[in-house]
Design a protein around this ligand. Structure first.
Ligand SMILES: [Mg+2]
Ligand SMILES: [Zn+2]
Length: 203
């Protein structure tokens, strides 16, 4: 076998809480992590279109002392299992456990990976050379997600689930200009797949 350079593919960076699973505050019990209806099917459509689906999530619960870091992994594993039951998978998962004013010292550093900082995306691209950073999208429910998209030179889709509506009303975080506002993850992925087709045609 020759080691051919992996074919480059578009990538969608997906937020977790309020985007793939129902926003439920800091989730202590694993069973409380529940998918938003349509989320698995939306991820599966990315899988079938050969568009990478990469989770990037800020998880400050460990830094706040709410639970150990291993619980973040347990929650992510549950997400993976729920997606798998419906035939969908994530290409990779990354989380930022840091919070400068957290109370658990090992996580209180000022990091380069807490969204909207781009550290998680940089790690993803270093780990998987097939990701095409020129065709990158971020889907999330917070201003931080839209800002991350713009920080990486990609397109940001704000979903109205989770905190999305509050962001739009101006009552949460700060005003941002998403490239698209979607009712939920299904519509977000619809828009991205259409957007990718248009770009492909244009070239
Ligand atoms: Mg979120
Ligand atoms: Zn971090």
């Amino acid at each position: 076998m020759t080691s051919a350079k992996p074919q480059s593919r578009p990538v969608v960076f997906l937020d977790r809480d309020g985007t793939l699973n129902v926003e439920a505050g800091y989730i202590h019990q694993l069973e409380r992590l529940v998918l938003i209806p349509g989320a698995a099917e939306a991820v599966s459509r990315l899988n079938q279109a050969n568009v990478a689906a990469v989770l990037v999530t800020n998880q400050s619960g460990a830094a706040r002392g709410y639970y150990p870091e291993s619980h973040i992994l347990d929650l992510n594993n549950r997400l993976v299992e729920l997606l798998k039951k419906e035939g969908a998978y994530l290409d990779a998962l990354y989380y930022c456990p840091h919070l400068p004013d957290g109370i658990v010292e090992e996580f209180t550093s000022t990091c380069q990976c807490r969204k909207p900082e781009i550290g998680l995306v940089e790690r993803a691209c270093a780990d998987d050379q097939s990701l095409d950073s020129n065709r990158a999208y971020v889907v999330g429910d917070k201003s931080t997600d839209v800002e991350l998209a713009h920080n990486i030179g990609g397109k940001g889709v704000l979903v109205r689930t989770g905190y999305g509506d509050q962001v739009l009303e101006g009552t949460y975080q700060w005003p941002v200009k998403p490239d698209y506002i979607a009712e939920e993850i299904t519509e977000a992925i619809d828009w991205i797949l259409t957007d990718l087709k248009i770009e492909t045609k244009a070239f």
